[in-house]
Design a binder for this molecule. Structure first.
Ligand code: ATP
Ligand code: MG
Length: 443
């Protein structure tokens, strides 16, 4: 049963005066014993439908006017252009039926007042009813933006002949440090859920040279923040014969192209969330400045932030740093001691590594982390040993470097964070259908 008519197309004036069949869900109702108004919703929009007893007959009138909020219905009628109707069109109903009713003992629980209570945030009640909350206007809009962001990422890499490549989700070792590793019982052994595709991508680098993925990564983030999920969607890339600068250029171009695609394809949706379109245009068009870690530390110390050289920059620090920018900016050259073993030391000064983070403005913080990889056997062994990491789980990773290692680099972009930022949402939970954090794996 394929739908022939979309409410969005009707509201766009594609079927004026025509006889159509509209299928969707009852969004709102009002009326009397003889005339009933239903605002019908589908995935593309809303339209007011007018049902008259004298036109449709008693049986149909009683059935349709008895349909509760979120019942699914199919309505036949004529599209009437009417300036006064929301969207400029209404359906004058000639017949129809209820397809999937709603039990009156269990009315749809997500009401305007339950949403008003949440004030754009999400109460536990809305999270408990996430499976139903998905069909609200705000969530539907977020999911459409999310889909467009995924599409933009695929297009960016495929247009440049990158190969999409998959790594396993069950792994033997950490990428981002042990404290956020999820352990999984694995036939009498312990496996972990992957934190990143990177190490397995590096193994395929000599085969494919330019590769990318969009896949979930898992991190046991204990604290619940506005920017951490335990399962998030990670767009990662890796390229051979390339360094930190090359992948920073890709990161910048990718984020700009995501912002541009949203403006081209989802301007209306962005506006419906009150996202400032000029800001999104700036993210698409203006260059992203670069700052070295040392400069960031000076800036932070200059405004009285308690931080020492060598410390990693957590969110509270990123927030201070992004205050001076109205576009994303890069932070580069972190101290070697602050970063995992796979980051390549800077040949000009090996206190630093050749890496970068991209920080989104407006207080959103890190959206990309990346850099150049340690690529010779000698250097990787030195880095693993100085970090005190066991070699064993990384044997394959070390082995790759024994056979024609070449300079290479890559980055990971947190898609949920990018959606949250570009939509102007408050919390990362808003960007994903079923958010996972330390307290919630349901529904
Ligand atoms: P943070 O310091 O904010 O926890 P990170 O340094 O651990 O981030 P990376 O390991 O560099 O992050 O991961 C690459 C990207 O993946 C990050 O820039 C971010 O956009 C995203 N990311 C990392 N952890 C999470 C998470 N728990 N939830 C959502 N996105 C994440
Ligand atoms: Mg982290």
């Amino acid at each position: 049963m394929v739908k022939t008519y979309w409410i969005g197309a009707v509201q766009a004036g594609e079927h004026d005066g025509a006889e159509v069949e509209l299928k969707g869900w009852v969004h709102r109702t009002r009326g009397s014993n003889n005339i009933w108004f239903v605002v019908l919703r589908d995935s593309t929009g809303h339209i007011q439908c007018v049902i008259k007893r004298e036109t449709v007959g008693d049986e149909t009138f009683d059935a349709l006017s008895g349909a509760l909020i979120e019942a699914s219905v199919s309505l036949l009628g004529t599209v009437n252009v009417d300036e006064r109707a929301p969207g400029g069109h209404e359906l004058v109903v000639g017949g129809g039926e209820v397809v999937g009713p709603v039990n009156p003992d269990r009315p749809f629980p997500i009401t305007e007042s339950s949403m008003a209570e949440a004030e754009g945030g999400e109460t536990e009640f809305l999270l408990d009813n996430r499976h139903l909350y998905l069909r609200t206007q705000r969530m539907t809009t977020m999911l459409k933006l999310r889909s467009t962001v995924f599409g933009a990422i695929h297009s960016y890499f495929r247009d440049l002949d990158f190969v999409e490549y998959q790594a396993p989700c069950f792994v033997a070792g950490a990428v981002e440090g042990g404290s956020t590793l999820f352990e999984v019982p694995y036939f009498g052994r312990t496996a972990y859920l992957t934190q990143s595709w990177q190490l397995y991508a590096e193994a395929a680098m000599p085969a494919l040279e330019r590769l990318y993925t969009i896949a979930p990564s898992f991190r046991a983030e204990k604290s619940r923040t506005r920017r951490h999920l335990t399962e998030f969607w990670h767009a990662e890339m890796e390229i051979a014969w390339a360094g930190n600068d090359d992948v920073m250029q890709h990161g910048e171009a990718l984020v700009r192209s995501i912002a541009r695609t949203l403006l081209d394809e989802r301007e209306q949706e962005l506006a419906s969330l009150d996202r400032d379109l000029d800001s999104v245009a700036r993210f698409a068009d203006s260059p992203y400045p670069r700052m070295r870690y040392d400069e960031a530390i000076e800036t932070l110390q200059g405004v009285g932030v308690d931080i020492e050289w060598g410390d990693d920059l957590d969110y509270s620090k990123e927030k201070v740093l992004t205050a001076d920018f109205d576009v994303p900016h890069f932070l580069t050259h972190y101290p070697r001691i602050a970063k995992p073993f796979y980051h390549r030391p800077d040949p000009d000064d090996d206190k630093y590594v050749l890496c970068h983070d991209l920080l989104a403005p407006e207080g959103y913080g890190e959206i990309i982390g990346g850099g150049e990889r340690t690529w010779s056997e000698e250097e990787i062994l030195e880095r693993i040993d100085e970090e005190g990491t066991p070699r064993e789980p990384y044997e394959f990773y070390i082995d790759v470097r024994r056979y024609g290692g070449v300079p290479h680099a890559g980055f990971g972009l947190g898609i949920d964070r990018v959606v949250t930022w570009l939509a102007g949402a408050d919390h990362i939970r808003e960007s994903i259908p079923f958010p996972r954090d330390s307290r919630r794996v349901t529904p």
